[in-house]
Design a protein. Structure first.
Length: 469
């Protein structure tokens, strides 16, 4: 743990009030953690990591004062959103101060042309129904959307529900602007716009504190939730892929699970028979009957369907997709963990190879996403995701770290890209073609190297690492 100057807790309490500083106890422990324990590797590495203090600013001025005080004290500073990340994004490696941004939660504006402007602590579970009141909805959101904050999603996430149409948060046009606050004696604001915003996305708060976000919304759609079942894997994946690539079907979710994964979903498992694989869809309600009829014609059973209420309320099929799938699986078998895979154009062959090499050890969970998203006639509300990709969050029956590495190596051998979820280092957890630009932004926003130190491992200035002898 880092050494906190004796004067810092009182200084922070002067800024945010005594109730805004958590000095110990269960709450400090809770706010020092996320869902890193999905990974047995990260559980071993991060279980003993804690903040020395948690501070909860309630305004921009309070946040500015907090960052200035932490800069003067030269202590680690780690931003926290909703705490629903899976890689230890908000877990402090060197103690210090966790800054909980949940009080900075105002929705500042939803424009008539579909742009959301809000503070980082605004929860997606509040934003989505508010946007729908204005005729809009979020373009993409994580399965944890009820509890996740937009700032946390931008700093720690990448895509989710809606990505089959709109791509991820870094896809062109989704993010209009991001305003960052620097960690300096006199914190400044840095505004990034359009494509330049990607320098701050998925950087775990290492490149400055997001204080205002502008995100383009999608036109509101009335959705139907459909669950399909089939005992023939090849038939089901072919049909599901056809729906995923059919531009005439308006959709928000295309997900597929290998048996016995659907049985892990206690509220929905009763709709599945032993040996059946599953597909979950969110499609526009006016198209649901046609999709169901097409499934029947293909020999695929409609297991269950229910409209998505407006405003949204449970049951949500999204609660069983993306990384919620892993959570349900872990409830059924605590030894289960997961990977994050990109299967590429040869997805059928590569998935078949993994199923044959690791029968019962890897259970497939597939998500269809759009890449190569582009505007139609330059209109940011009319897009085509004509490069649909099959990604995966396969479930792994964990035995040893060595065996997990063998599985990852096998994926690489057959051409499957793995965004490793068993590391807290952002460089090792995915593709970062703009890594140098992200390092440059960090140098500008964090000259002392205090922001979430150790997470951007390739950044040279980490004052909390002992120099090599």
């Amino acid at each position: 743990m880092s050494v906190i100057p004796d004067s810092l807790p009182s200084r922070l309490a002067d800024l945010v009030g005594e109730s805004g500083v958590i000095r110990g106890g269960t709450l400090l422990e809770t706010l020092s953690r996320d869902f890193y324990w999905y990974s047995p590797v990260l559980k071993r590495q991060l279980d003993d990591k804690r903040a020395d203090l948690v501070v909860r600013p309630g305004s921009m001025d309070e946040l500015r004062g907090v960052l200035s005080a932490c800069f003067a004290a030269r202590v680690p500073v780690v931003p926290r959103g909703g705490g629903t990340g899976n890689y230890g994004q908000c877990v402090p490696l060197y103690g210090g101060v966790v800054v909980d941004l949940s009080r900075l939660d105002r929705i500042l504006e939803i424009t008539t042309d579909g742009v959301l402007r809000c503070e980082p602590g605004a929860r997606l579970g509040v934003i989505e129904p508010e946007a729908r009141k204005h005729g809009w909805e979020l373009r993409c959101l994580p399965s944890t959307w009820v509890k996740s904050s937009l700032g946390g999603f931008f700093c720690g996430g990448s895509g989710g529900v809606g990505s089959v149409t709109w791509g991820g948060i870094a896809s062109p046009g989704n993010v209009k602007s991001v305003t960052l606050m620097t960690c300096e004696a006199g914190p400044r604001l840095i505004r990034l716009e359009e494509a330049d915003c990607t320098r701050a996305l998925h950087t775990y708060g290492t490149t400055g504190f997001m204080v205002e976000i502008e995100m383009r919304l999608a036109p509101r759609v009335a959705w139907e939730q459909l669950a399909f079942a089939g005992d023939d894997w090849d038939r089901l994946i072919d049909w599901t892929d056809g729906v995923g690539r059919d531009a005439s079907v308006r959709k928000r979710l295309v997900t597929m699970f290998e048996s016995p994964v659907p049985s892990f979903f206690k509220p929905l498992g009763k709709y599945y028979r032993p040996g059946e694989h599953g597909t979950f869809l969110l499609v526009e309600n006016t198209q649901a009957d046609a999709v169901a009829a097409a499934a029947q014609a293909a020999g695929i059973r409609l297991a269950h369907r229910i409209p998505l209420a407006d405003p949204p309320k449970p049951p949500y099929f999204t609660d069983y997709t993306w990384n919620h799938t892993t959570l349900w699986a872990m409830k059924a078998d605590p030894a289960i963990t997961y990977l994050q895979c990109g299967y590429g154009d040869e997805f059928r062959t590569r998935i078949k190879t993994l199923r044959e090499r690791f029968p019962g050890e890897i259970l497939q969970h597939l998500e269809w996403v759009a890449s190569g998203v582009r505007y139609i006639d330059g209109d940011p509300q009319r897009i085509t995701g004509d490069n649909i990709r099959v990604s995966g969050i396969p479930l792994i029956r964990f035995s040893t770290e060595e065996r997990l590495r063998e599985i990852i190596d096998c994926c690489a051998e057959i051409g499957v890209f793995v965004a490793n979820p068993h590391t807290f280092k952002l460089e090792e957890g995915g593709r970062h073609p703009d890594l140098e630009a992200k390092r440059e932004l960090k140098a500008e926003a964090d000259p002392a190297g205090l922001l979430n130190p150790g997470k951007m491992a390739s950044y040279a200035n980490n004052p909390f690492v002992e120099p090599a002898a």
